[in-house]
Design a protein around this ligand. Structure first.
Ligand code: IMP
Length: 194
């Protein structure tokens, strides 16, 4: 079975290829199938956005397509930046600075947040889809903490109390074992194994 990874990000394609490497599934990129069109992201939820991308590229290629969408949902900001996490400011550094500033006066016990990810697999022949969600609870740290430039996005300020570390202080497998992405991907894996 061939599945198109509906993203222009080569890192994400590699992630799918590695995570599902034991399965008899070949994950191909937009580049592999010669697609250069860009898909809009206009949904209000992670599920809508992931379905929008999977549907757009699935219909365009005729292949089953998988797409994911993730975001950081901060309690006291009523879920912001949420689906807009990647558009909250211009760079990872600026996004973290902006969030830390918004939470400047908020005490530790009110800094709770969720990282969530939804991955959707869409079949262009039947127009059916399945979606899987992963979620992890954490705290927005008061300052950045990371090991040797580890992590991406909001990793250096996402603190997991049970581990006593931020995402950016964890090794890859350590983060995968508990992260929103790891949880959603393991659900998709179970589904694909059937
Ligand atoms: P995307 O949908 O995977 O592109 O993620 C949307 C935004 O959430 C991006 O700005 C990412 O930096 C951020 N994000 C998603 N997952 C993570 C994570 O595991 N750590 C840090 N930031 C993340």
């Amino acid at each position: 079975m061939k599945i198109l990874v509906a993203t222009g990000n080569p890192g994400k394609v590699k992630e799918y290829q590695e995570f599902f490497s034991e399965l008899p599934v070949e994950f191909v990129s937009l580049n592999d199938v010669g697609i250069t069109e860009e898909c809009e992201e206009t949904g209000d939820t992670l599920k809508e956005n992931s379905l929008q991308k999977a549907q757009f590229y699935g219909d365009l290629s005729g292949l089953p397509a998988v797409a994911d969408d993730a975001g950081l949902f901060v309690d006291v900001l009523e879920g912001r930046p949420g689906v807009y996490s990647s558009r909250y400011a211009n760079s990872d550094e600026e996004r973290m600075e902006k969030l830390l500033q918004e939470l400047e006066k908020i005490p530790y016990n009110e800094r709770g947040a969720d990282f969530r990810l939804v991955t959707t697999l869409y079949y262009p022949d039947t127009k059916e889809h399945v979606s899987f969600e992963g979620k992890i609870r954490g705290i927005i740290a008061e300052e950045k903490k990371q090991l040797a430039q580890k992590g991406f996005g909001y990793d250096p300020i996402f603190y997991v109390p049970e581990e006593e570390k931020t995402f950016a202080e964890m090794m890859g497998e350590e983060k995968n074992a508990i992260s929103h992405r790891g949880i959603a991907f393991r659900k998709l894996k179970k589904y694909l194994e059937k």
